[in-house]
Design a protein around this ligand. Structure first.
Ligand code: NAP
Ligand code: F7E
Length: 348
């Protein structure tokens, strides 16, 4: 019988790549989605292309990490073998604006899910999407599973709670529960308000004349950026290991926002210094200056290694966003010529 996986955050970047991976491996995948006034499933729509013949191994259910009763009902009905808790208010800057809400979803959401499985009386494997933001104002370089935490944002603090409660449930209830401490990972599906995608969207739109300027915050911050597709594979590998444990997943290379700009704009033959302006609106009340991970435990125990380099990551994102910008331009041209012919007919 096919294994059943439940994913919270299925509509997000990682949720969509993980769904593809698990369907490829023969799983039945259940995804928790939130009711929204506009469509929010565009990252997984390709898995549902023919509405008359959707992949019946992928099913979406309404629920919310802030609503225990929905989580209880979902677990009772589905009884998954593996749960991947990827749902979160995941934007660090925004977490300073909505700290309490971020604590609810990103922190307490995890314990709601863990309690729901105890109440329903099932023992699925459990993956918690932990983050390098736990290290914040880093106490050691590079960061390993043994580096102490020093979170620097409401998001980081919420993730610290979720990390520890996952460890606590593993130790208290003999649950197969893992924390993947993932460093930044990006892709062509990354949300457009994260710095990597903001840059690749802007570089390609500026190239085609669709945008003039790019406003950014701190250009000196350094991050360990990997490719999201590689990282969801690590999540699955942790869940197949003999013993549940916590793992750092990272590339072992740090690059600054400036280097991300250099790499992106040079791929479209532009000099970013002509277009980028620093805007204090994007500064954070407390910044994380440098993140650099050491994933040797994941390599040794799981055999995990990243496949996509920094340069290739940026290239994948630029190639994708260039096509997107070309489509945008074509649509603008169609709209302009429709308006022009309307004006001609109107004048006669
Ligand atoms: P993302 O694109 O922002 O996706 C977040 C997902 O969480 C979306 O599907 C969102 O649904 C869902 N969500 C938000 N609030 C929810 C709620 N109240 N109940 C249920 N679902 C809710 O994030 P991502 O980049 O894929 O990251 C996946 C997870 O890994 C997150 O927990 C993130 O914090 C963590 N993480 C990410 C990185 C990274 O670099 N990407 C690194 C370390 C850890 P809607 O579509 O409806 O908004
Ligand atoms: O910022 C700087 C910003 O928002 C990266 C999330 O997935 O990874 C992500 O969090 C750096 C920061 O990612 C802009 O100040 C400059 O130093 O892309 P970001 P993040 O904060 O590292 C971790 C691992 C997660 O867990 C999170 O969920 O870039 N920066 N100018 C900017 N950042 C943004 N967003 N926008 C700017 O204009």
């Amino acid at each position: 019988m096919a294994k059943r996986a439940l994913i919270t955050g299925i509509t997000g970047q990682d949720g969509s790549f993980l769904t593809e991976l698990l369907l490829d491996k023969g799983y039945e995948v259940y995804g928790v989605i939130r009711r929204s006034s506009s469509f929010n499933t565009d990252r997984i729509d390709h898995l549902y292309q023919d509405p008359h013949e959707p992949d019946t191994r992928l099913r979406l259910v309404y629920g919310d990490l802030n609503d225990s009763s929905s989580l209880n009902t979902i677990l009772r009905q589905i009884k998954p073998d593996e749960i991947y808790n990827l749902g979160a208010q995941s934007h660090v800057r925004v977490s300073f604006d909505v700290p309490e809400y971020t604590g609810e979803v990103t922190g307490l959401g995890c314990v709601r899910l863990l309690e729901a499985l105890r109440e329903v009386g099932i023992q699925p494997k459990f993956y918690q999407a932990s983050s390098s933001e736990l290290y914040g104002k880093v106490l050691e370089v590079p960061q390993t599973e043994n580096t102490p935490f020093y979170p620097r944002s409401p998001y980081g603090c919420a993730k610290a709670y979720a990390y520890y409660i996952t460890v606590n449930y593993r130790e208290s209830y003999d649950l197969f529960a893992c924390n993947g401490i993932l460093f930044n990972h990006e892709s062509e599906r990354r949300g457009e308000t994260f710095v990597s995608r903001k840059i690749t969207r802007a570089a390609t739109r500026i190239k085609l004349g669709l945008q003039n300027k790019l406003y950014l915050g701190n250009l000196d911050a350094q991050r360990d950026w990997g490719y999201a597709k590689d990282y969801v594979e690590a999540m699955w590998m942790m869940m197949q290991a003999e013993e549940p444990d916590d793992y750092v997943i990272a590339t072992g290379e740090a690059h600054s926002v400036r280097e991300f700009l250099d790499e992106s704009f040079s791929l479209v033959d532009l000099d970013w210094k002509e277009y980028v302006e620093e805007d204090p609106r994007y500064y954070r009340p407390a910044e994380v200056d440098l993140l650099l991970g050491d994933a040797s435990k994941a390599k040794r125990v799981l055999g995990w290694e990243r496949k996509v380099s920094f340069k290739n990551l940026v290239r994948i994102m630029i190639d994708h966003d260039l096509k997107l910008a070309q489509q945008e331009l074509a649509m603008q041209e169609v709209a302009t010529s429709a308006l022009a012919s309307k004006a001609r007919w109107g004048a006669s």
